[in-house]
Ligand binder design. Structure first.
Ligand code: OGA
Ligand code: MN
Length: 284
């Protein structure tokens, strides 16, 4: 098999062709994929036949998997399920159900698990049921945004620490956590400017979970976080992925943001399974 790497967007992202994930990957093939991941941040694989076991085996090549927390329907497993399907009955989950309200947080630009003490390396999302329209996932590169910053601002950002919180980000969409859920979700501190250990490229730990800049006045910190988010996610800098059956995407949570887009969950079925690979240590 020959692997081909083709760009998805001028700023970041690549489609990896010539790889059959279900067949198992030898060390040399995985090394190419891992190198492409460090370089391109978002990797698309099309035409894959992936079930839960295959997804776990592939994901573990990147590192140990996280367990899913909070109110995600797959809580307590290694999967985060983005779906309007009740797995017990197969029926569509009503729009006003708590599980759907929780998933509305995905409409905000975010980096998965940036609210955890050990932030994630990457997420892997595979399609199981794709709606005929809507439900794209969009991606943006904080690395590309960082490169555009003026040198004085880069210098000012160096060493800043950001408090990330899932309780904060879910409050933005009006989702109310129970006291027990809140107690299980302490805030986490991440370094704002994060350097990739392989290539030295810098990215920003921002997104919906980024609540405040430590030791800065509330409003000044909020203004900076909002400005960096707006720069990162300006429309021409985003890649919008229209899912097809058999797609699987790996994204780098250290230097990318992503968000879900709406679909008609009262008419169409959507089932996406995410595994999340833990990072190798606290960012601060
Ligand atoms: C995720 C996520 C977006 C989507 O799986 O982490 O944010 O479009 N998904 O389902
Ligand atoms: Mn996500």
């Amino acid at each position: 098999m020959t692997i081909a790497i083709e760009p998805l967007h001028p700023l970041f992202g690549a489609e990896i062709k010539g790889v059959d994930i279900a067949a198992g990957l030898d060390a040399a093939t995985f090394a190419v994929i891992r190198g492409a991941f460090e370089e391109h941040s978002v990797l698309l694989f099309r035409g894959q036949k992936v079930d839960d076991a295959i997804q776990i085996a592939f994901s573990e090549r990147f590192g140990p998997l996280e367990k899913t927390v909070a109110a995600n329907p797959a809580r307590g497993t290694v999967f985060a399920r983005q779906s309007n399907i009740d797995m017990a009955t197969g029926a569509l989950i009503p729009k006003d159900d708590r599980r759907m309200k929780y998933q509305a947080g995905n409409y905000l630009w975010h980096s998965d698990s940036s609210f955890k003490q050990v932030p994630s390396l990457c997420s892997i999302l595979s399609t199981r049921e794709v709606p005929p329209e809507g439900g794209n996932t969009e991606f943006a590169s904080t690395r590309a945004a960082y490169d555009l910053l003026p040198d004085e601002l880069k210098a000012e950002l160096e060493g800043l620490v950001v408090e990330h919180s899932l309780v904060y980000s879910r409050s933005l969409t009006g989702f109310e956590m129970t006291e027990q859920e809140k107690a299980e979700l302490p805030t986490a501190r991440q370094i704002l400017v994060r350097t990739n250990p392989v290539n030295g490229r810098k990215g920003l730990m921002i997104g919906a979970h980024a609540a405040r800049i430590v030791d800065w006045p509330e409003e000044k910190g909020r203004a900076l976080l909002d400005e960096l988010l707006a720069l990162t996610t300006r429309p021409e800098a985003c890649y919008s992925h229209a899912w097809r059956d058999g797609d699987l995407i790996v994204w780098d949570n250290r230097c990318c943001l992503h968000r879900a887009t709406p679909y008609d969950s009262t008419r169409y079925r959507r089932l996406m399974q995410r595994t999340t690979v833990a990072g190798d240590g606290p960012a601060v």
